[in-house]
Ligand binder design. Structure first.
Ligand code: ARG
Length: 583
């Protein structure tokens, strides 16, 4: 279904034509003087130059041709603006169409298209930390937005499951338990089904090994050898790797589940690894990779570069593949398996240069055709109140689990203290409010900007916060529950100015989502629902809804807030959180 501005513009085009003017001048915009009108058209000013007459003359002639039933007010004002206020019947029929259409009539522009969203990047055997939080929150919401538009959207976790970190764990384990069969090169039997470590042991083993590597040269060498042998396919090491993966992945799933984040694809760097040798050989054969100080690189600088873009390193001088190599090979796998129309990476913006190099190399090598878009959304840092990257109280790196726990504990205390819900609903309500606080706190900022994590502010029930949005939804739900069956009630013409403002706010749903999709900017959805929630609350305060005696009128109010609730819930679902029944 058409967006409301397109619809009004179309009507304006007809009026321009009917008045004898070029319809190209008829673009309508939301008014920048809401005190005067709701929409405006400034086309007469531009048209006046072409027709060599006074703009007001054109504006007046066009105003004459507009269908009076569509407007409460049409005004041609000096020097030649057309100011418009929509009629109640126009809004009524538009919203009624929105209400009855599937997904509020949004045009499914992504049908038949595939997008891969890469927004995980956790490293196995290492706990998730807050660096992974923004990726998960922003990536999940963009993936959901693409799905809403009909795309086949594949969230790919792209596990960091290869390379030296694995060798370090293997070497450290061998130091501790050399008797395990995994280290015996002559062992030909079946390896134990049970892993020789738990997740908490694993999370201790890695940092210990990593620290040892720095002090102990021999150990570092062992870790490198173990990495190499693992990659060559040494049986015992592969079996250990599988144990590490099973335990880590289960733990990662649990953590992402807690965040209401999920992935369609659980592939990792290890899946791209087998593609690397042939890829490198091919790039060398075609002369795209060149030797430079013992390394193999793909030059990617372009004449138009304002900053230096160094070559993309493929193979280091010691023969090993690196981060960019894996990302290139992963592109081969994604093109082969998913045939995507677009691949979107959501990572820290400090990785921008890396992706620029990888994208250019992929284009140059023909790994990704021009018909597949490549986009890197680099997000800013989450800072503490001191403006520095967020840390634990003792200055350590904050684990994601801990951050979620702090938010949850804070919210639970409020829920319990204010006796918001019965005891058996405390946990579920707490979880939903905490998620809203955390995610909205993040998503309401422009992704590329840094922001300050502020528990008190994010969890407040008033202001531009997730809990405020939930509160608005819950308020409507409670009115609807008291009213009874409401789902089939029809939208009516606005009964007061607050109803009209609310109706106009609802019509901005499609443009808000479309803007968010085009700019990879969930913050536009947040801004939209904040405005919408404001209109709902204003309407609620100014209108007797349940006390209204005229039943027909009341049904109209209920239909309107019901639609507002559905739209709000659709939006928060895209943002990745949901509302409780009470709060
Ligand atoms: N594992 C990487 C890290 O921890 C992030 C991976 C991001 N995705 C990608 N395709 N490079 O830094």
């Amino acid at each position: 279904m058409e967006k409301i501005l397109d619809l009004i513009t179309e009507k304006m085009q007809k009026a321009f034509s009917d008045a004898g003017y070029d319809p190209a001048f008829s673009r309508v915009t939301v008014s920048n003087r809401p005190d005067l009108c709701e929409y405006q058209c400034n086309g007469a000013l531009a048209a006046a130059k072409q027709y060599r007459c006074a703009p007001i003359q054109i504006a007046k002639a066009v105003a004459e041709k507009l269908d009076a039933r569509d407007y409460d007010m049409v005004e041609a004002v000096m020097p030649g603006f057309l100011n418009l206020k929509l009629s109640g019947s126009f809004l009524q029929s538009y919203l009624e169409r929105m209400r009855t259409a599937e997904d509020f009539g949004v045009e499914k522009t992504g049908t038949g298209k595939t997008i891969v969203v890469d927004y995980g990047g956790p490293n196995v055997a290492k706990p998730l930390h807050i660096g992974h939080l923004r990726s998960a929150i922003i990536g999940e919401s963009l993936k959901r937005l693409y799905k809403f538009y009909g795309y086949h959207a594949i969230g790919d976790i792209h596990l960091g499951d290869w390379g030296l970190q694995m060798g370090l764990i293997i070497a450290e384990l061998q130091r501790r338990q050399p008797e395990l069969p995994y280290f015996d090169p002559d062992f030909t039997g079946e390896y134990p089904a049970q892993a020789p470590f738990t997740i908490s042991e694993l999370e201790e083993i890695y940092p210990t090994a990593s620290a040892r590597k720095k002090e102990d040269e021999a150990f570092a060498q062992q870790a490198h050898t173990a990495t190499f042998e693992l990659q060559q396919g040494r049986r015992g090491y592969r079996a250990l790797w599988q144990h590490i993966m099973n335990i880590s992945v289960a733990d990662l799933k649990k953590n992402y589940d807690n965040l209401n984040v999920s992935f369609e694809s659980w592939l990792g760097e290890s899946d791209a690894d087998p593609l690397i040798p042939a890829m490198v050989q091919d790039l060398k054969d075609r002369g795209l990779a060149v030797e430079s100080e013992g390394a193999w690189v793909i030059p990617v600088a372009e004449d138009t570069d304002k900053k230096e873009v160094p070559p993309c390193i493929l193979v280091k001088s010691d023969g090993s593949a690196i981060y960019a190599t894996t990302d290139l090979a992963t592109l081969i796998q994604r093109m082969r398996d998913f045939h995507p129309d677009k691949i979107l990476y959501v990572t820290d913006k400090r990785q921008s240069l890396h992706f620029e190099q990888v994208f250019r190399a992929a284009r140059k090598a023909g790994i990704v055709p021009e018909t597949t878009a490549l986009e890197h959304l680099g997000f800013g840092t989450m800072n503490g109140k001191d403006g520095k990257p967020f840390k634990t109280r003792d200055g350590g790196v904050m684990r994601l689990e801990q951050l979620v726990k702090e938010m949850t504990d804070f919210v639970r205390a409020k829920v319990v203290e204010n006796q918001i819900v019965a005891e058996d609903a405390v946990e579920d309500t707490t979880r939903k409010i905490a998620m809203a606080a955390l995610k909205y706190g993040d998503l309401s900022n422009q992704p590329t900007k840094d922001y300050i994590f502020d528990l008190d502010r994010f969890a407040a029930f008033e202001g531009n916060t997730g809990p405020y949005i939930l509160y608005t939804i819950v308020r409507i739900k409670s009115i609807l529950a008291k009213y009874g069956a409401w789902e089939n009630l029809e939208i009516q013409e606005p009964a007061n100015p607050f109803a009209k403002d609310l109706m106009i706010a609802i019509t901005k749903f499609a443009p808000a989502l479309e803007g968010a999709l085009a700019a990879s900017a969930p913050n536009l959805i947040c801004a939209y629902i904040y405005e919408l929630a404001g209109c709902v609350n204003k309407f609620y305060h100014e209108t007797r809804i349940l006390g209204e005696e005229d039943q027909n009128k009341q049904a109209g109010y209920i239909a309107l807030i019901g639609l507002a609730k559905d739209v709000l819930e659709q939006c928060i679902d895209i943002l990745g959180f949901s509302a409780p029944e009470k709060m």
